[in-house]
Ligand binder design. Structure first.
Ligand SMILES: Nc1ncnc2c1ncn2[C@@H]1O[C@H](COP(=O)(O)OP(=O)(O)OP(=O)(O)O)[C@@H](O)[C@H]1O
Length: 605
């Protein structure tokens, strides 16, 4: 309720509404976290600013964004904050901040309405790359770069980065409650998706987002600008999109729009490399790549406009067509650890391993403790017990202060020496982060590990190369109530029927599957499920079997979706999981294309 007692809808303020000492002129956009309005100061009407009002009762995200914008993200190409406050109650209300109103268009809209030259796009891209370079050197990551967050100012055609709500900085406590930070799938890097696929069983792990992710997202934005399409267009099933991002090479921008100058096309593809180490390492390096063509002999090609205009329709462009089969080239496979084959003859290192095994067997419990702690630390590192507050935050107490707090004396050219020192001294830590402190292994885990090691030693396996333990099976989990209800409706509780990984492959053939998100297609009509319906969920590649848990069913004929609990089932031994055939590695497995699935009330361990 407002102070006057009337109902307040923060996402739908009307022109004339007053927030603190700012009058609303109109809405600029409503996002997932905040509503942004064009406003003018009550005491200086006629000057426009943008006010972002948090829509979340929990102010953490808004406060972090303000803190970043006021301090380490300060840059001429980043939107500036001028005032902060809370509303409608000056102490307990929703946090808001007032920033420059950027009069301009989001990158993709600018590209298609202004139809700039490739030179202008290269300059814009280079400028964003340089800005990211500076921010990264200060330990600041944007983490949600997308065309909508790159506004091109009408005056001067200069890019301005907005929305640091998902931003991060070295030393800050993570607010993320999911493996990946908030973001948009078609802008996520292949390594981020691979991380999520690899660690789906460890929801406490946090992806170590890096500068390479921001640079990848910049590549996606520039691809969209010069071709009119995303390299991996949204709109398809998330599973398929994830596979395309991680496993397929996008067509080059020049294949889509032949006018794109070759060096610019190459520079954009360079940002989209699958492996982060193949991309430009820094924003400055990306800037050089984007500028290379402009500075070399072929600059004339950069004077062309991005798109052809439709004859007789001024200011309307013809967007290049997207090919029907865009992904003809699979990406080279990331180097995977080879599967250790059982040695025919025990080589020299095998004897060393054997001696080590014997040593371990004879060693006391202390040795096991040390080994197990090491193993645990490797997979779930400990969070520092106290995370110190980021240096130089001007907003430590500002959100509690009444109404708009003017921010005075922002650095105009470069940060203060104190801030500069802290920037150099604060490299971003790129380790796995977990929200749960690591726990010493339970006696049960210890026993399992010890038993597995003993087994492998006694069997004469080479401890040095064979994995110490069989990979654990997925943990037990109850089926959520809504899924149980849906399964009853579909009449598939306890039912077993057939499914295929790839409907286009022969039923008696084999396919290679990868751990992580996956889809299978039902064969036969179990219960009320249509033939060919899609089950999506997660595959887990164990040492001997592949387990699958499918949580959504999409009916073939109607497209309706239902929450479900269905798992891969092996009829021969009436056990969950299907046996692996020869081949694959620790993340991939070869299995028959046709298998059985079963509706379950509980996924048992
Ligand atoms: N300073 C600004 N000047 C002009 N327009 C702005 C400004 N800030 C935001 N906008 C507009 O408001 C929209 C929403 O802003 P923003 O992305 O910051 O909100 P959000 O709630 O964090 O959204 P998202 O869900 O995209 O993260 C932007 O896409 C942009 O169109």
């Amino acid at each position: 309720m407002s102070p006057e007692g009337s109902q307040v809808f923060p996402a739908a303020l009307q022109p004339g509404a007053v927030v603190g000492c700012w009058r609303v002129l109109g809405a600029l956009g409503v996002g997932g976290y905040g509503a942004v309005y064009r406003v003018e100061p009550l005491d200086a009407p006629g000057r426009s600013f943008a006010l972002k009002l948090s829509l979340h009762p929990d102010p953490a995200r808004a406060l972090r964004e303000m803190a970043l914008l006021l301090d380490r993200a300060w840059h001429p190409n980043v939107v500036r904050v001028h005032a902060t406050g809370r509303w409608p109650d000056p102490v307990e209300g929703l946090p808001y901040f007032v920033m420059d109103w950027v009069e301009g268009l989001a990158l993709h809209i600018w590209a298609e309405t202004v139809n700039p030259t490739f030179r202008q796009v290269a300059m814009v891209g280079g400028s964003v790359a340089m800005t990211l370079g500076v921010l990264h050197a200060r330990g600041v990551l944007h983490r949600d770069l997308k065309p909508e967050h790159l506004l091109i100012r009408t005056r001067g055609q200069v890019p301005v980065l907005i929305d640091f709500g998902a931003g991060d900085q070295a030393g800050a406590m993570t607010l993320t409650t999911t493996t990946l930070p908030p973001g948009t799938l078609h802008l996520r890097s292949p390594e981020a998706i691979r991380f999520q696929q690899r660690h789906w069983r460890q929801p406490e792990l946090r992806y170590p987002y890096s500068a390479a992710d921001d640079l990848y997202a910049l590549g996606v934005c520039l691809y969209r600008a010069v071709t009119g399409h995303y390299p991996f267009p949204p709109g398809q099933e998330p599973e398929l999109l994830s596979v395309a991002i991680t496993e397929r090479l996008p067509p080059s921008p020049r294949d889509i729009n032949p006018q794109v100058p070759e060096p610019l096309s190459r520079a954009i593809l360079g940002l989209l490399e699958k492996e982060p180490e193949q991309r430009p390492r820094t924003g400055e390096a990306a800037h050089s790549e984007l500028m290379r063509g402009l500075l070399s002999g072929g600059a004339a090609a950069f004077e062309a406009h991005l798109f052809d205009e439709i004859p007789g329709k001024p200011n309307q462009i013809r967007r290049p067509a997207w090919p029907e089969q865009p992904y003809l080239t699979p990406a080279p496979r990331p180097r995977a650890a080879p599967v250790a084959a059982a040695p025919r003859r025990l080589p020299a290192w095998g004897w060393v391993g054997m001696a080590l095994c014997l040593g371990l067997l004879l060693a006391g419990p202390g040795t096991w403790e040390v080994l197990l702690r090491g193993w645990t630390r490797h997979t779930t590192p400990r969070v520092p017990e106290s995370v110190s507050a980021p240096v130089g935050h001007k907003l430590a107490s500002a959100p509690d202060s009444p109404h708009s707090v003017p921010v005075a004396a922002l650095p105009l050219a470069s940060p203060s020496p104190a801030t500069a020192t802290s920037m150099v001294a604060l490299p971003k830590e790129h380790a796995l982060v977990t929200t749960k402190p690591s726990v010493p292994p339970s006696p049960k885990t210890g026993r399992t590990l010890k038993t597995a090691a003993i087994a492998s030693c006694v069997a004469g396996m080479a401890c040095a190369s064979a994995p110490l333990v069989d990979r654990p099976t997925p943990p037990a989990e109850d089926c959520p109530l809504d899924a149980q209800e849906a399964m009853q409706k579909l009449k598939i509780e306890g039912l077993q029927w057939s499914a295929m990984f790839e409907p286009s492959t022969r039923a008696d053939g084999f396919v290679t599957v990868r751990e992580g998100r996956a889809a299978v297609y039902t064969q036969g009509s179990g219960g009320r499920v249509h033939w060919g319906s899609m089950l999506t969920g997660t595959l887990y590649v164990g040492s001997k079997r592949v387990y699958g848990r499918f949580t959504q069913l999409r009916q073939k004929k109607t497209g309706e979706t239902f929450p479900v609990c269905i798992e891969l089932w092996f009829l021969d031994d009436s056990t969950r999981g299907i046996p692996r055939s020869e081949g694959g590695d620790e993340n991939t497995a070869v299995v028959p294309n046709m298998m059985s699935v079963r509706g379950v009330w509980r996924y048992d361990e």
